[in-house]
Design a protein. Structure first.
Length: 252
């Protein structure tokens, strides 16, 4: 039986990765982390998403085993905008204030420890370096280094699978559609949360959020590009788009 542990936050990327894992592994576990994050709505979305996935139309996925781990409050270690009182900002040549130092490294370490006890080698995560906020712990080189370190430290193989590493946000929407059709796109649009400001009162075309934080801006941009791609791909005046879609499906 093939197994995977998905680092599942309740956001767009990790939910896409969860659907990806369910289509490729026979046994899927999820792990989430409570670390004093400002956008707690993301964590609160997890059970609703898992419930929707459990009754996905036409899918025969095995039940997902979920675990939430409470970590020490990261705000005690450093000042940042996601766990502390700093304002959300991005300055050229500097890390954004939403960067939480060491966060993904710690997440992967805890996930690997849990996976080890479950007899799992594959950790599936939503990190990517194509459309991202400049976080150094989302880079491919970082994950490759972590993969080696965790395998050595556990004396057991650990494989970090990052299916979104080289996908833009628009391509992430396309990828979700290729995995689960319109059902997956609508699930991600309505049920997931990525807004740094923790705003979940207004539903935009791309999902809930404040509409102005870096995460919302990136998600909106990806959604608009995805919608433009869909319009072109269904335009009968450009039949070559059908061939492009077919090639992309094969590659994915």
């Amino acid at each position: 039986m093939t197994s995977a542990l998905v680092l599942f936050s309740g956001g767009q990327d990790s939910t896409t990765c969860l659907i990806y894992a369910l289509t490729r592994y026979e046994r899927v576990l999820t792990i989430g982390f409570e670390y004093g994050q400002r956008h707690a709505a993301e964590l609160a979305c997890r059970q609703d998403i898992l419930s929707e996935i459990a009754r996905a139309p036409g899918k025969k996925w095995a039940p997902v085993t979920d675990l939430v781990v409470n970590l020490p409050d990261f705000s005690r270690l450093n000042a940042d905008a996601l766990t502390g009182s700093l304002a959300i900002s991005e300055q050229p040549g500097a890390l954004p204030t939403t960067f939480v130092p060491g966060r993904n490294l710690i997440f992967l370490t805890y996930a690997a420890a849990y996976a080890f006890g479950q007899g799992i080698t594959d950790l599936v995560c939503g990190m990517g370096e194509t459309d991202y906020s400049g976080y150094p712990d989302c880079r491919e080189a970082t994950l490759e280094s972590m993969e080696r370190s965790l395998s050595l430290g556990l004396d057991s193989p650990i494989r970090i699978v990052a299916p979104l590493m080289h996908r833009s946000k628009a391509e992430t929407w396309k990828f979700a559609e290729s995995l689960g059709g319109e059902w997956a796109v609508e699930l991600i649009r309505v049920k997931t949360h990525t807004c740094y400001a923790n705003e979940r009162d207004h539903l935009h075309e791309y999902g809930y959020g404040c509409g102005v934080c870096p995460s919302c801006v990136l998600r909106k941009k990806g959604w608009e590009e995805y919608q433009a791609w869909k319009e072109k791909s269904t335009d009968p005046s450009v039949p070559w788009q059908l061939l492009v879609c077919f090639v992309r499906q094969i590659r994915q």
